[in-house]
Design a protein around this ligand. Structure first.
Ligand SMILES: [Zn+2]
Ligand SMILES: [Zn+2]
Ligand SMILES: [Zn+2]
Ligand SMILES: [Zn+2]
Length: 465
């Protein structure tokens, strides 16, 4: 329609002035065409997608299934707005660009951020971060701790570098009420002169990160630190301790959300904000501390945690074979009662046993032959049944250690290709275990074979490769 022949004949008939007008019209027509194409793509996306954003009974807005979603199908993918190290990585020395943990990381001679190699040092990403620090953050005194202080602030620094559209998306995200200073910010301000408006911005970002960030597990294959990321769409996912989705992160940190069970039309799409293998008191306290709410989902409300007995202790009465389980699980101050002899234990007594056991388990280490210190294990087993989350965690640690040990066939196959996407096996392994736990909740016999199943899955992956 807008071909050259027509344009030439118009130019012959009406002269060069008309040709300019015609060019403008052509240009506008082309712009309209591309806008129309974009709208068409958007419409196709909306009709294809299986979710809508609606008000949720769990608070705020949530994602709901707009059509039936089959178990295992991909619900959506979501690129991160920002990613960065987690606050608990402070003790490690890692590269600010590729996140590899290495004692060979060195401070950039301009900005002091840690980098691991020349490639990371000359990357575009580093150039932007380097320039920002040099432009705005003036060092107060010479100090060799600067690199660590800056690495801890990476995620906050990256919010300053977002474009206006991205900043607007961030401004819509929910924030906690706590806008106070935090350790990393105090450390930064002790080393650098930071403009006041930036300190305020960092406080706001911190209030937002607390509620919206997702943990991206460390890669055992590449020895990198665990990260956290802000994902705009995923931040609409509300929490349940029995979620109906699982997340996989691609190598470029794109979050892929899959249905872990069939989801009916109108059902809310949910994720789990805590460790799925943690027991109810630990999960609930963590959610209260980090996300500021007490979970009341069906798993939290069930004294046996849907038959898994992850929180159960052995009855304090030595003659009894029963389990102590919480009387009112949704009340953190509840008494615990034996399901056999009905002996009552105070919450104080139970939490003392939990914390002593927790610290005992913390010092346990696996030796080269994958043995745990049996004396400590025996002591622990006097107080807790094998169903308790402490034993579950130990079994998981042992299984993962075996799975990633040279000579046991899992070490060399950390990646596999699935429809052109490379996923990290550690992620898949972790997700597989979560799925097993959910299955176990409805099948008690499976629970006893948990350890065997994890090892089996490890070897099943070995077979796939
Ligand atoms: Zn690097
Ligand atoms: Zn630099
Ligand atoms: Zn819950
Ligand atoms: Zn008892």
């Amino acid at each position: 329609m807008y071909n050259d022949r027509r344009r030439q004949s118009a130019a012959v008939r009406y002269g060069p002035h008309h040709e300019n007008t015609l060019n403008n019209i052509l240009l506008r027509a082309r712009n309209m065409e591309s806008t129309l194409n974009n709208l068409k793509k958007e419409a196709e996306y909306i009709t294809q997608r299986s979710w809508v954003i609606k008000k949720s009974n769990l608070g705020g807005r949530g994602l709901f299934a707009s059509k039936f979603i089959k178990k295992g199908s991909l619900i959506f993918t979501n690129k991160p707005l920002v990613i960065g190290p987690r606050a608990d990585c402070a003790a490690k020395t890692y590269c600010s660009i590729c996140y590899v943990i290495s004692e060979f990381c060195y401070p950039c001679d301009k900005c002091s951020l840690f980098i691991c190699s020349k490639e990371c040092g000359i990357s575009q990403e580093h150039a932007k971060e380097c320039a920002f620090i040099l432009d705005y953050w003036k060092p107060k005194t010479p100090c060799d701790k600067k690199s660590k202080v800056l690495n801890q602030m990476l995620i906050y620094l990256r919010f300053f570098l977002l474009n206006e559209e991205q900043k607007q998306l961030v401004s819509f995200l929910q924030k906690s009420n706590n806008y106070s200073d935090f350790e990393e910010l105090k450390a930064l301000c002790s080393q650098y002169e930071i403009p006041k408006y930036q300190v305020q911005f960092i406080r706001t970002i911190n209030a937002m990160i607390k509620l919206n960030s997702f943990r991206i597990s460390e890669s055992s294959c590449k020895k990198t630190i665990p990260l956290r990321g802000i994902f705009h769409l995923s931040s609409f996912l509300n929490h349940s301790c029995v979620p109906n989705t699982r997340n996989v992160f691609k190598n470029d940190y794109t979050m892929c959300v899959f249905a872990s069970k069939d989801i009916e039309i109108g059902e809310e799409i949910l994720t789990c904000y805590t460790g799925i293998l943690w027991c109810t008191p630990v999960r609930r306290c963590h959610l209260k501390k980090t996300k500021n709410f007490w979970c009341k989902c069906r798993r939290c409300a069930d004294p046996t945690e849907m038959n898994t007995k992850l929180s159960a202790l052995k009855c304090f009465n030595k003659e009894c074979v029963g389990f102590l389980i919480p009387l009112v699980p949704l009340n953190p101050e509840t008494e615990w009662r034996c399901d056999n002899c009905k002996t009552i234990a105070t919450p104080h007594h139970v939490s003392t046993v939990h914390s002593v056991l927790g610290s005992l388990v913390g010092i346990l280490d696996l030796d080269d032959k994958f043995r745990l210190e049996t004396v400590i294990l025996e002591k622990i087993s006097n107080f807790i049944p094998y169903s308790n989350h402490i034993f579950t965690d130990l079994r998981l640690r042992l299984a993962l250690k075996i799975g990633f040990t040279e000579g046991l066939k899992l070490n060399g196959i950390l990646k596999f290709n699935n429809a052109n996407n490379t996923y990290c096996l550690c992620n898949l392994y972790h997700n597989a275990i979560c799925i097993i736990l959910l299955t176990m909740m409805s099948n008690k016999n499976l629970y006893n074979n948990f350890f065997v199943i994890i090892i089996y899955i490890g070897f099943a992956y070995a077979q796939i490769i």
